[in-house]
Write a protein that binds this ligand. Sequence first.
Ligand SMILES: Cc1ncc(COP(=O)(O)OP(=O)(O)O)c(N)n1
Ligand SMILES: Cc1ncsc1CCOP(=O)(O)O
Ligand SMILES: [Mg+2]
Length: 198
Amino acid sequence: MIYFVTPDGCDDALVRAALVGGAGMIQIRDKTATDAEMVAQARRLLPLCRDAGVPLIINDRLSVALESGADGLHMGQGDGDPAQARVALGTGVHLGLSIETAAQLAAMPAGAISLIGAGPVHATSTKPDHAAPLGLDGLAHLVAQSAVPAVAIGGVGLPHIPALKQAGCAGIAVVSAIASAPDPETATRELVTAWRYA
Ligand SMILES: Cc1ncc(COP(=O)(O)OP(=O)(O)O)c(N)n1
Ligand SMILES: Cc1ncsc1CCOP(=O)(O)O
Ligand SMILES: [Mg+2]
């Protein structure tokens, strides 16, 4: 599964391209937008995502996820208590959690979490404050220990797909591999095809 995480200031057309290319999950991640802007973007994108059968996830902001009616929330280690967020979201709503170390995984309230974002696998300029890269072996170790499905994130793209699928990942979460591609729809389609046949 290819999970497209948007860059700051993402145009709706870029999300549309990722959906047409076959992305299986979309996350609105925008460190510069106001809450009102994120709610408005989510409300515009929800019908497109619903038509495609693709969950639309909000990064960081529980209030935006609740107000927009999005399909879920992704939280990092510094984004609050995931068990409390689960109570607020209710059951049946997606809740993702970032996992960067084995200790974080051991402390995770697994029953509250639908999916982990494990990484960063490699260093990436998309997230300047990222934790130490895990490398493929570190990532594989986390994935093997996880009670919930994991997507790999951080500096990953087409060349990494066979190894990441082999490591047991449920998919990869990418910003640049789609957003910085000359043709995001084609780039998404290539990632989807590579994942399917890896
Ligand atoms: C799928 C997925 N995995 C990890 C992250 C990173 O979340 P976080 O650690 O909170 O960092 P920011 O994205 O908020 O900078 C993610 N967004 N999505
Ligand atoms: C949001 C996030 N969390 C860990 S690395 C990262 C950025 C991923 O972006 P890219 O796919 O461009 O490396
Ligand atoms: Mg966060």
